[in-house]
Design a protein around this ligand. Structure first.
Ligand code: SF4
Length: 189
């Protein structure tokens, strides 16, 4: 069984909505994405998972390009009618749990995963940023957009949905991994 088959078999046990495998080179990083965070996101400068704490886009890109592959996947949660941003964010817990399970499985396979997830980290009632170091760095998955990743491009490339409806929320994770098992020429995106 190939590594990809193995990972597909594993994630098929969980309520993953859509997924794809890409190479890191197929991901576009733009400073302008972080500019939107700075301008429009209430979590900007409030969490270790978000900008500017996650660091510069150029460094993030360099780090991500060191990996051999990326598993992109989404899950869906139901929202109450008129849910606030905070209520919407509270529905991310199941997605984060699943992200951790998949990342742990990849660690067990020796793939040394690096995991990014949607939106702001919600592990603590109040983030320790900036006074305290992160209390749970093992389950801190930095925000995808804070790293400058252009998700609309990536999802179009993966033929994955970006939006479903006002009462269904899509959550995304990107798990970068090393792949010592697959010849480079067979690691297509
Ligand atoms: S785990 Fe806690 S301290 Fe760390 S980023 Fe998340 S909310 Fe902040």
């Amino acid at each position: 069984m190939s590594l990809r088959d193995e990972l597909e078999e594993f994630i098929s046990r969980f309520p993953v909505y859509q997924y794809a495998f890409v190479s890191p080179e197929q991901i576009r990083f733009e400073e302008s994405v972080v500019e939107v965070c700075r301008r429009d996101c209430p979590h900007y400068n409030t969490s270790w998972s978000c900008s500017p704490a996650v660091g510069k886009v150029s460094k993030s890109r360099a780090r991500c390009l060191n990996y051999d592959g990326v598993l992109v996947f989404s899950t869906v949660t139901q929202l109450e009618e008129g849910a606030s941003r905070r209520e919407r964010l509270q529905t991310k817990a199941q997605h984060e749990k699943l992200t951790g399970i998949v990342a742990d499985h990849m660690t067990g396979l020796g793939l040394r995963p690096y995991t990014l997830s949607s939106d702001c980290c919600t592990n603590c009632v109040r983030c320790g940023f900036p006074q305290e170091y992160c209390r749970h760095p093992d389950v801190l998955y930095p925000c995808i957009e804070s790293n400058g990743i252009v998700m609309s491009d990536l999802l179009e490339h993966c033929r994955m949905d970006y939006y479903m409806s006002d009462d269904l929320c899509l959550w995304f994770s990107l798990i970068f991994y090393e792949d010592p098992f697959t010849p480079k020429e067979d690691r297509d995106g």
